[in-house]
Write a protein that binds this ligand. Sequence first.
Ligand SMILES: Nc1ncnc2c1ncn2[C@@H]1O[C@H](COP(=O)(O)OP(=O)(O)OP(=O)(O)O)[C@@H](O)[C@H]1O
Ligand SMILES: [Mg+2]
Length: 251
Amino acid sequence: MSAHPFTIAVSGKGGTGKTTISSLLIRSFIRLGEAPVLAVDADPNANLHEALGVTVHETLGSMREEAFSRTIPPGMNRHDYVRFRFRQALIEAEGFDLVAMGRPEGSGCYCFANDLLSECMLQLERDYHFIVIDTEAGMEHISRGTIGKPDMLLIVSDPGARGLRTVARIRQIATQLGLEKEKIHVVFNQYKTGTAPVDIGDESPIAIIPEDPAVEKADLAATPVSLIPEGSPARTAVRELAVKIRAMARK
Ligand SMILES: Nc1ncnc2c1ncn2[C@@H]1O[C@H](COP(=O)(O)OP(=O)(O)OP(=O)(O)O)[C@@H](O)[C@H]1O
Ligand SMILES: [Mg+2]
């Protein structure tokens, strides 16, 4: 593994399985010996922590507001303060750290704070093998540059025609933003056995994740979905995806 962390942004339409796949991917990397992983929850309705089974006390969003409205402790400038608070917002767990971005700021210019955050992210990156970003539906973070350019963009979709139209749209936005085509991959999720394979043009999906009763069960019981039993179809398929990504990251 190179010294530079490999960043994977997980995107897709609402409810396609971004959080489920992000959390399973993080657990797979850890089990493959690729700890520490940095988990970034870039969805304003943060729930990646639940999927991973940890608790978030504060988000970068709340911190960002604070750095501009509150009095900075004596002897600290805003820059130091944001860095200090960033460390506080970072949750350290077994095999991974997690940071939640929280809600986007209100009106006014927060470019300065955003720059600081990007800088904090860069400093953090050093130790991680992989960074997995669970994004909100749409491309807000990538288009605003908050999370920089990922090494890989996964677009999660159901394997239907409507889902594929969203895939095409996200792909278009990402390429317009300068992301190379070969870094963009489609993941079909909630694939029902017996479903006819869908034509997605001249490119095949990097992974097909089956519909898995264990995922539904975890959802209903509000237990962390990333901890579904070994041998569960979705867990097995995401593990294969993690192995594939690791091989690609090493190239
Ligand atoms: N492979 C699967 N098998 C069965 N159920 C699944 C699978 N993947 C996801 N689900 C279910 O689909 C729903 C949406 O999943 P998830 O929350 O991961 O999607 P999301 O894309 O992160 O949603 P949002 O856009 O709201 O953030 C959940 O109820 C989840 O349990
Ligand atoms: Mg989600």
